[in-house]
Design a protein around this ligand. Structure first.
Ligand SMILES: NC(=O)c1ccc[n+]([C@@H]2O[C@H](COP(=O)([O-])OP(=O)(O)OC[C@H]3O[C@@H](n4cnc5c(N)ncnc54)[C@H](O)[C@@H]3O)[C@@H](O)[C@H]2O)c1
Length: 248
């Protein structure tokens, strides 16, 4: 028996760097996990296989989180495969960077729909199961960009800041049913999302990080694992940074 035995989780963007680490951590702690993924069936299936080979339980479900149908499919998969739902990790996200004055409406909308409206869709679809669980956990993967802003990321930082406001309201609305809602705000984490940054930009970013290293997906996953567990039952409505001290 481990910390999350008997719990059922959904992780969106599970084929990405941070999502994969979160899914692995939850599964290793005993949770059954619905691995939501956008396009890369190969990566999602490889993750499902590695989790089941380690004795965990997982199903991979292709679902576009920027649609109501995608959210419904993820919740249905959790209920069909495992009989309920306790933990929702809203992790899927994209960037469409550009200076604000030249930012195309399509890039604004794509980032809002994938990074913010997706949380509306999935929590709406999941809320009945979460309230019924009387344990529920919602963990929203935001970003320090939502706290400090970032040149070239008006759409992304607005979506992530929106996610923080939504986190606090949901925390208040769901508290009476023992469902906690928190946001995790990573700094610079080494994944595909940051892989395209040039060496010079990375060096400049690192100068601002007191702990003087990029974060690893595992750094974010460890906090999510804690927030998903019993030990975090008195923590709700919080925005917790995993950023090496970048914002303080
Ligand atoms: N890497 C960083 O430095 C960093 C920093 C702060 C916040 N974040 C946030 O962490 C989360 C994970 O990012 P990552 O670094 O692992 O990036 P990533 O690109 O490796 O993973 C993102 C995942 O989201 C999925 N996705 C995108 N659009 C989707 C859609 N419409 N439906 C379903 N899935 C979709 C992608 O397929 C991908 O698997 C994101 O929300 C990101 O904004 C990352």
């Amino acid at each position: 028996m481990t910390a999350l035995t008997g719990r059922v989780s959904i992780v969106t963007g599970a084929s990405g760097g941070i999502g994969q680490a979160i899914a692995e951590s939850l599964a290793d702690a005993g949770s059954s996990v619905v691995l939501g993924y956008g396009r890369s069936t190969e990566k999602a299936e490889a993750l499902r296989t590695s989790i089941t080979e380690r004795g965990g339980q997982a199903v991979a479900v292709q679902a576009d989180v920027s649609t109501a149908a995608g959210a419904a499919a993820l919740v249905k998969a959790a209920v069909d495969a495992y009989g309920g739902l306790d933990i929702v990790i809203n992790n899927a996200g994209i960037t469409r960077d550009g200076l604000f004055m030249r930012m195309k409406e399509a890039d604004w909308d794509a980032v809002m729909d994938t990074n913010l409206k997706s949380v509306y869709y999935l929590v709406q679809a999941a809320s009945r199961q979460l309230l019924r669980s009387r344990y529920g956990r919602v963990i929203n993967i935001a970003s320090v960009a939502g706290l400090m802003g970032n040149i070239g990321q008006a759409n992304y930082s607005a979506a992530k800041a929106g996610m923080m406001g939504l986190t606090k309201t949901l925390a208040r609305e769901f508290a009476s049913r023992k469902v906690t809602v928190n946001a995790v705000a990573p700094g610079f984490i080494e994944t595909e999302m940051t892989a395209s940054l040039g060496a010079e930009i990375k060096a400049r970013l690192l100068e601002q990080v007191p702990l003087a290293r990029l974060g690893q997906p595992r750094d974010v996953a460890d906090l999510c694992l804690f927030l998903a567990g019993d030990a975090a039952s008195y923590i709700t409505g919080q925005i917790i940074q995993v950023d090496g001290g970048l914002v303080m």
